[in-house]
Design a protein around this ligand. Structure first.
Ligand code: TXA
Ligand code: MG
Length: 316
């Protein structure tokens, strides 16, 4: 059910949850100070309670409320990348409920760029927790329509158009001295973070914190996703298997009776399109989604992460 800003404010203040637009993906929001509403988020998503939530703010004044201390490096990164698709994990203050942080002593904070979402946070005058507005392990929504289909119209949705970035924020752990840990890649790359922070960014492989993509299954569309190094292999696979496929490739594929989507060859446009393609494929009667892998350059790290976690690599 689509609702307007006034209604969204009213519902949130009434301990209800609301699907909200952000520039990355749509979120499922509650006030950060309403335990009952936060419980409803976990229930609606069917998400285990040990997966913590990001707290969204409209002003830096809230960081002082949410965090126990604010490292210099946080200020530098916030100045450069906020509002925007960057989430930073800090040590938490006492006001942040254990329901939000999965009983950890850290809190993840993001200042989003989407004007309507910022206005909502401002009018509610309270930080809003919001995970992506999808069922656990499924593809995040990048439009109001995607939320409506995933939850069969059961959630109130504030429609803010299509998400501009298209994949979830980059997440950094800033709680360690002299190093930054990347918990989830995104369109803001580790190269950019290193050049602003002058610190090494370590990729987190064995964290105990439950962070995004720690599951090997994630971001899944409803059909199997098979990944290929090149288009020749895709063509061969289709010829040998003779079924119906949704193909996402950079180059033209020479086959009839297949849905061929020519993908953008730069990572920003690709990120904007990739979940929309998967949601479109969900509506189709196909056997699998076949994807030509992007180049391995650092700018593609966010997109590559999502593609790898959604599918498996074809070995012939
Ligand atoms: O772009 C985004 O980040 C979107 C929009 C709605 O803001 N949100 C999003 O939320 O992707 P979610 O819940 O789907 O993914 C957030 C990830 C979770 O996997 C969670 O484990 C991690 O952030 N996270 C949250 N709090 C954390 C913390 N204190 N320490 C480590 N990881 C944390
Ligand atoms: Mg998510």
């Amino acid at each position: 059910m689509l609702i307007d800003l006034q209604n969204a404010i009213k519902l949130l203040n009434n301990d209800e949850i609301v699907a909200v637009p952000t520039e990355t993906v749509y979120g499922l929001a509650a006030r950060f100070d309403r335990r009952n509403a936060i419980k409803k988020i976990y229930a609606a998503k069917e998400r285990p309670l040990d997966h913590p939530l990001i707290v969204h703010i409209d002003s830096l004044k809230w960081v002082e409320v949410l965090a126990q201390s604010i490292p210099d490096i946080f200020i530098k990164l916030a100045e450069k990348f906020w509002p925007g698709p960057l989430t930073m994990v800090l040590s938490k203050s006492n006001v942040v409920d254990a329901m939000i942080t999965a009983s950890q002593d850290t809190v993840a904070i993001r200042m989003p760029k989407h004007q309507l979402f910022l206005e909502l946070i401002n009018k509610v005058n309270c930080p809003l927790v919001a995970p992506s507005a999808n069922k656990f392990c499924k593809t995040s929504p990048t439009s109001a329509n995607h939320v409506e289909s995933a939850f069969l119209g059961a959630l109130p949705v504030l429609d803010g158009g299509e998400s501009d970035v298209g994949i979830e924020s980059t997440i950094l752990d800033l709680t360690h001295k002299d190093k930054i840990i990347l918990l989830r890649p995104g369109v803001i790359t580790t190269d950019e973070i290193e050049s602003i922070s002058k610190l090494k960014v370590e990729i987190d492989h064995k964290t105990k914190t439950k962070s995004a993509g720690m599951h090997s299954i994630h971001y899944r569309p409803n059909h199997p996703v098979i990944l290929f190094e090149n288009v020749d292999d895709i063509e061969k696979y289709i010829e040998e298997n003779a079924k119906t496929y949704y193909v996402m490739s950079f180059e033209k594929v020479n086959l009839h009776n297949q849905l061929i989507i020519q993908m953008p060859n730069n990572p920003i446009d690709y990120a904007r399109a990739v979940y929309r393609c998967w949601h479109n494929a969900n509506q189709l009667n196909i056997d699998a989604i076949l994807i030509q892998l992007p180049p391995k350059n650092i700018e593609w790290q966010g997109v590559i992460d999502r593609i790898y976690k959604a599918g498996f690599i074809y070995k012939n």
